[in-house]
Structure formats: structure tokens, C-alpha cells
Design a protein around this ligand. Structure first.
Ligand SMILES: [Zn+2]
Ligand SMILES: [Zn+2]
Length: 258
């Protein structure tokens, strides 16, 4: 199996991130404002996308989803690619969403995921994880291959069972809004994330979606504190950060049969 399985590109603040690729799929997750522009800025091609995923109905996670769907489908000329979104994003739920027009839902294969639900894309199992957030239908996403798991909490408060949702993650990616112990409703502080990192015990932990207070403070120091406390490599995402996921995946075994 020679799956090119390379990088995840992470943008501070609002562009979301792109997995490029996982089992041959190029997926943009939570394309907020600037996602399209930054895709080009960092030398990636939105026309090559195989999927767009949106975790919940807040603008900073969905605003560029429609333009990325247009790029993915060749300007809406082809049935191509997939869209996976929360119920609020795709169908709307009470006063949340919908966030994507009926027109843009026509060309990609559309899947609605509620917490606990999953969808197989090729060899990848994508499970929606639970959150506690303003949008009651908000989910995180867990991407599982036979030998690798990437888990993304999306926006959520810390809660005791959160670790179960992300158990087994090799790489854990989370929205962390505030430094230290500063609490904010529906989100995790750096210390709470540190607790989650200790519980999930991934090979790499990444703080993303950093709030203003974290950016103007010292996000690298916050990450360093978590690394020291847990012994698990933790980093704060910065614009254009690229991580080679293969570094956190067991070496591929090759078997030659004669
Ligand atoms: Zn949110
Ligand atoms: Zn957010």
C-alpha cells in the first residue's frame, strides 16, 4: 500500500485546516474566512479537493465552504467530492444554520453526521465526536485508518467524557481559545486542553483556533507547559504550519511475495 499520506496544513484563526492527503483524499475541514485565499497562499489547489467538512454553524468554521465546494466541483459543473457537515450546517436546526445553500448541496455527495455517527470514505472511517458548544448539533471529527487516527475536537468545552470521544488518537487537534485557566463558555482553556492531552495520550497534540488572548500572549509557552506536564509533544498552530502525519504513523511494512 503506497498511500501518499502527507501533510496537514493549519492556519491560525479562521482558515481551518487541510489534510493533504489521507488515503488519497484531500480534505478541507472547517473552512472559515480566508480559507480559499490561504489555500492558494500556501501553494495548495482547491480544485484538487476531494472533500469539505464543516463541524458546526459558526461563521469562523463555514464561511468559505461554498466557494470551496465550487472549486471542488469545477464551478459546479461536475458531481464530484463529498461534503460532511453537522445537521445544523446542512439542514439547519432550530436557530442554527443552515450554512450551505441548496444549490451548493447539489453536486457533492452530502452526508449529515450527528455525534456518534460515522461515514466511510475509502478506507477512512470518519466519526462525528461529541461536543458541548453553543450549536447543539456541533461535532468534532475523528479520522481512522487501520494504523493511524487523527482526531479533531472542534469547538467544545472540556467535559469528562471528552477523552472517550478521542481515545486512540495519534494526533489530537483541538480548538483552544484561552491561555492558562481562563474559562470561556463552550471552549477549552490551555489548562483544560492539557488535561485532555494527558488523558488521550496522543503522539502529537496541536492547539488551534487560538483566541486573541492566546495569540497576543505566548501560545508557544502554553504549548510548552503542556509538553512538560504531560510528556507529550504539544504545539500551537501558526499560519501555514505543515505537519507530516507520517511521522506519527507506524512505519509501513512491506511484504514481497515470490
Ligand atoms: Zn463555534
Ligand atoms: Zn470557532
Amino acid at each position: 500500500m503506497a498511500d501518499a499520506f502527507a501533510t496537514i496544513t493549519q492556519k491560525r484563526m479562521t482558515g481551518g485546516f487541510r489534510i493533504d492527503d489521507i488515503d488519497g483524499q484531500k480534505i478541507h475541514v472547517d473552512p472559515g474566512p480566508g480559507a480559499l485565499v490561504r489555500t492558494y497562499q500556501f501553494g495548495l489547489n482547491p480544485l484538487k479537493l476531494s472533500g469539505v467538512m464543516v463541524s458546526h454553524s459558526h461563521t469562523d468554521h463555514y464561511s468559505d465552504a461554498e466557494v470551496l465546494i465550487e472549486a471542488m466541483t469545477g464551478g459546479m459543473t461536475r458531481n464530484k467530492g463529498f461534503l460532511i457537515g453537522s445537521r445544523s450546517v446542512v439542514e439547519g436546526y432550530k436557530s442554527w444554520g443552515p450554512c450551505i445553500s441548496k444549490y451548493h448541496l447539489k453536486k457533492p455527495q452530502v452526508t449529515v453526521l450527528e455525534a456518534g455517527g460515522y461515514k466511510k470514505i475509502g478506507k477512512i472511517k470518519i466519526t462525528a465526536t461529541r461536543t458541548v458548544h453553543g450549536d447543539p448539533k456541533a461535532v468534532g471529527f475523528k479520522f481512522q485508518l487501520s494504523d493511524f487516527t487523527l482526531s479533531y475536537t472542534s469547538d467544545t468545552a472540556y467535559f469528562e467524557e471528552l477523552q472517550n470521544e478521542h481515545k486512540g488518537a495519534d494526533v489530537l487537534l483541538a480548538s483552544v481559545i484561552r491561555p492558562g485557566d481562563e474559562k470561556i463558555r463552550g471552549h477549552m482553556s490551555a489548562n483544560e486542553f492539557g488535561k485532555l492531552v494527558g488523558e488521550v495520550s496522543p503522539k502529537l497534540a496541536i492547539m488551534t483556533h487560538l483566541g486573541m488572548k492566546l495569540i497576543t500572549g505566548n501560545p508557544d509557552q502554553e504549548a510548552e507547559n503542556i509538553t512538560k506536564k504531560t510528556g507529550i509533544k504539544t504545539i500551537a498552530a501558526s499560519d501555514g504550519l505543515t505537519i507530516n502525519l507520517d511521522d506519527f504513523r507506524p512505519k509501513q511494512q512491506t511484504l514481497d511475495e515470490f
